[in-house]
Design a protein around this ligand. Structure first.
Ligand SMILES: Cc1ncc(COP(=O)(O)O)c(C=O)c1O
Length: 481
């Protein structure tokens, strides 16, 4: 029996339903009204009746969203409400802006896209060849859930040689991207009500992933004058018995900051006082680092191995975003829990990508010559942008030491009204203005927890960045004039 959506009923009476509005249409079905809906006696419809009534009995789930559907020419209301878990999660702004910019480009508007977080380089050919060979040789079946032993062994060797941390293959789980590794880790260790400590500016997904786990994100701001690095004293003052997970990201998306070893040691001293507190160390930009900055793995610090979950991946350093491959390494107890979640969701990562990743790890220390060439190009671009924006009135900069983002304080340009546009008073309106008037796509800082800033991804050629800078400069100077 097929049901057709014939109409949308609307208006939700409860405040919580309004908060959850999804532009679908909302209905405040009272229990009385809901039970008076007439249903046919067909099998599927009976099932619907049961599921609606079950939910209605549950204290927290009022039906607050419904559409009218036609079923065997009778009309009925179908509960379209979503789980509170999903309703508490914000969609990713980086993805939204990238999509908006792409749509503009497809409509013929020559937008320069500097919003996406992916290298503009091709995957190095030795990696691509390994993937092609995997297909040719029929390496196209399910792999073990945690990843092939070959890849996990190679990851252990890399972590020992480059990061001075010892793991065995059963302490590593390979996933479809570091994003999945992080989500699984949060789901594995956080109980409802636990606090996830997140220094801001943060990668957009951390707080939302905490919410998905019914945990509470606790945001600790770090200022541009402190190079966006977490102050251990602030950390100490915010930790409670509910604090379960501290998330560190170095080099950082969106700021490019790199935590010096000394500062990590101070943070470790604070962490060590809290027996419940674990640390998730997101090291995905590890290789994209500009000397003299040096990467330190948090798990390598004294006493931290037991409580650290180290996340890394292939997307950024090896220009493999589309291959979808990341991993987590940590004490077996936690990693096995991540593995269990993965076994009931996606299973093992792509067999082909895993063969390619083995080749990536075989390219030499820190990715060898191919990666260092990309890092050299990123560095030139960073130097250009830091100098150019440094000469622009009112812009505040913390020079990035790694990754490929510049997180600039543009709040000097807030507070201006633009004819036909409106007031520019925050990072979102500034980015909309820069997209519409300047035709450059950037990400507003509020998505990363700092509304004074905007993020520029410099994963684009130097000439593109020069053109983008000129457009941004012209647009913001128009604002001040
Ligand atoms: C800080 C950080 N961590 C993790 C990821 C996830 O990377 P992936 O899922 O592509 O491995 C990203 C991607 O943008 C990131 O910026």
């Amino acid at each position: 029996m097929s049901a057709q959506i014939s109409g949308i009923s609307s208006t939700c009476s409860t405040a919580s339903c309004k908060d959850h509005s999804l532009r679908l249409g909302f209905d405040s079905l009272s229990s009385n009204r809901a039970t008076s809906i007439s249903f046919s006696s067909q099998l599927n419809t009976n099932l619907s009746i049961k599921s609606l009534e079950t939910r209605r009995r549950h204290k927290t789930s009022k039906i607050c969203s419904a559409v009218i559907v036609e079923s065997n020419s009778e009309q009925m209301e179908l509960d379209t409400s979503l789980s509170p878990r999903v309703n508490s999660v914000k969609p990713s702004k980086t993805v939204a802006i990238t999509d908006q910019a792409t749509a503009l480009v497809e409509a013929g508007v020559p937008v320069i896209r500097l919003a996406a977080g992916e290298p503009d380089f091709d995957t190095p050919s030795v990696i691509a060849e390994a993937g092609i060979n995997a297909i040719r040789e029929g390496f196209t079946r399910y792999t073990p859930n945690a990843g092939t032993l070959e890849l996990r062994t190679a990851i252990c060797k890399k972590l020992k040689d480059e990061n001075d941390i010892s793991y065995t293959p059963d302490q590593v789980v390979v996933s479809n991207g570091a994003k999945q590794s992080i989500l699984q880790a949060i789901l594995a260790v956080c109980s409802p009500g636990d606090e996830v400590i997140i220094p801001a500016p943060f990668w957009v997904s951390y707080p939302e992933m905490a919410r998905l786990a019914d945990a509470t994100p606790v945001i600790l701001p770090a200022r541009i004058s402190e190079n966006f690095l977490l102050d251990p004293k602030l950390l100490e003052s915010k930790l409670t018995e509910k604090s379960r997970l501290l998330i560190l990201c170095s080099p950082s998306n969106p700021t490019g900051s790199v935590y010096p070893k000394k500062l990590l040691e101070q943070i470790a001293q604070v962490v060590a006082k809290h027996p419940r507190l674990l640390v998730l160390s997101d090291e995905i930009y590890e290789h994209i680092i500009y000397s003299p900055a040096v990467h330190t793995s948090f798990a390598s610090l004294p006493g931290m191995w037991e409580r650290t979950l180290t996340v890394n991946g292939f997307s950024k350093a090896f220009a493999m975003t589309g291959w979808r491959l990341g991993y987590i390494a940590g004490p077996k107890h936690f990693v096995a829990a991540c593995n269990k979640i993965q076994s009931q969701s996606t299973s093992g990562a792509s067999s082909i990508a895993q063969k390619a990743a083995v080749a990536a790890l075989g390219m030499g220390h820190a990715g060898g010559a191919a990666v260092s060439q990309m890092v050299k190009a990123f560095r030139e671009r960073r130097d250009f942008l830091v100098k150019a924006f440094g000469e622009l009135d009112g812009v505040k900069i913390s020079e990035p030491q790694g990754a490929f983002y510049l997180f600039l304080d543009f709040s000097y340009y807030y507070g201006n009204e633009v004819d036909g546009f409106g007031l520019i008073n925050d990072s979102e309106s500034l980015c909309r203005y820069l997209l519409e008037k300047g035709q450059v796509a950037l990400v507003p800082g509020d998505a990363f927890g700092d509304d004074t800033c905007i993020r520029i991804s410099y994963a684009a050629s130097l000439s593109t960045l020069q053109a983008a800078f000129e457009r941004i400069k012209k647009a913001v100077l128009t604002l001040k004039s």
